[in-house]
Design a protein around this ligand. Structure first.
Ligand code: NAD
Length: 351
């Protein structure tokens, strides 16, 4: 087992980043050496005061708004980047990290398969990572696992794969401000529709990434892809930790997508997300149905909670990203994700 602890920096200390810190602090073999966030209320403060937990490490961690200083002063093995949803906005940050020769795990949804929406940037990131001998991975609960990698893994017991129906009915309540805003929570229906028309309504980011990941894993190509969204309107007031929707306003987004693959296989995706679904009797769940030989009918009820799921998969992929050959990686390139229950250093290759 390697001697030194795995030095981690977290960039973005919101709902996901702070959750990752809490998880890491409960695990053996990690050392959180730095945190970067721009929020005024955090800068200069100890993470242990903010998290309201006692410090299990030998040193304090003070939040900085200057990533260059954090990297220079701490020389981390890996940075968990939890600030963005889109490759374009995550890219300059990833470039900075890679040029400092640091491995990166990003929660940006588009980074789960950047080849789908940003093939040129994906190529650049791959070359940059190889030149600096580090690895980059985008992951999360979805995209990253529930609507893509899980379907890919289960196809491993199939002789033949035909059409897929993948659904995730989930709660937006665990996510932070960024996600809640992107899903239009709290908007009036008119404002939602206006933003949808002007292309300013993000909705779920990731269907394209998930379908491209699945197609690529199966040795196929996406020939045709389209998606649609509509607001979920609440008929009661709903409040979550980071969002509020008044009766008659938008409490989430219902999204669907259809992808046709090169062998005519159809992937249908359905993903309604809203804050506090339980308040109106909506049960959450993850469902994967695949026609073929044998037929697959996976169902997980209630859903894998989005916050814990994202936090856990980012942390659990750390050893695989550190061990990986340099380059831009996706979840279909790295070893099977697993929970880290022992000392993480046992999972790190000695060379
Ligand atoms: P959040 O809004 O709670 O946190 C984001 C944090 O990043 C904030 O504290 C903000 O101050 C900080 N930040 C933003 N820009 C920064 C910068 N340039 N430098 C330093 N700090 C900066 O959001 P969250 O819920 O933690 O999610 C983070 C991102 O991860 C979102 O874009 C979200 O869409 C994505 N996400 C993806 C998945 C997935 O399954 N793939 C799941 C959850 C979240």
């Amino acid at each position: 087992m390697i001697k030194n602890k795995i030095k981690v920096v977290i960039w973005g200390f919101g709902a996901m980043g702070s959750g990752m810190a809490k998880m890491i602090l409960r695990k053996e073999g990690f050392d959180i050496v730095g945190i970067c966030d721009l929020y005024d209320g955090y800068i200069g403060k100890s993470i242990f005061n903010i998290l309201k937990i006692s410090n299990p490490q030998k040193h304090d961690v003070i939040i900085s708004d200057n990533i260059e200083n954090v990297l220079k002063n701490t020389r981390p093995d890996i940075v968990l980047l939890a600030t963005d949803s889109f490759t374009k906005s995550a890219y300059p940050k990833i470039k900075t990290l890679v040029e400092h020769k640091v491995n990166v795990i990003s929660t940006a949804e588009e980074m789960a398969y950047p080849q789908a929406n940003q093939p040129e940037l994906a190529k650049e990131m791959d070359q940059l990572a190889k030149a600096n001998k580090v690895s980059i991975l985008g992951t999360g609960v979805n995209p990253g696992m529930m609507m893509d990698l899980l379907a890919v893994c289960i196809s491993g017991v199939m002789e033949d794969v035909k059409d897929m129906q993948i659904s995730r009915i989930n709660s937006l309540s665990p996510f932070g401000k960024t996600v809640v805003e992107e899903q239009g929570v709290g908007l009036t229906v008119d404002e939602f529709n206006r933003r949808m028309k002007t292309g300013d309504m993000a909705g779920h980011v990731g269907f394209k990434e998930s379908t491209f990941m699945i197609a690529n894993a199966l040795g196929l190509e996406v020939q045709d892809f389209n998606q649609s969204m509509q607001p979920i309107i609440t008929d009661i007031d709903r409040k979550s930790p980071y969002g509020f929707a008044k009766k008659g306003d938008v409490c989430g987004v219902e999204m669907s997508a259809k992808a046709k693959l090169s062998n005519s296989t159809i992937i249908n995706m359905y993903h309604p997300q809203q804050i506090e679904p339980e308040m109106v009797g909506t049960s959450t769940g993850d469902y994967i149905k695949i026609q073929g030989k044998p037929e697959i009918n996976l169902s997980n009820v209630p859903e894998v909670e989005g916050g814990i799921g994202t936090i856990a998969i980012c942390v659990n992929m750390i050893p695989h990203v550190i061990n990986s050959k340099p380059g831009l990686k996706t979840m279909i390139d790295l070893p099977v994700p697993r929970a880290i229950m022992g000392d993480v250093r046992k999972m790190i290759d000695e060379e």
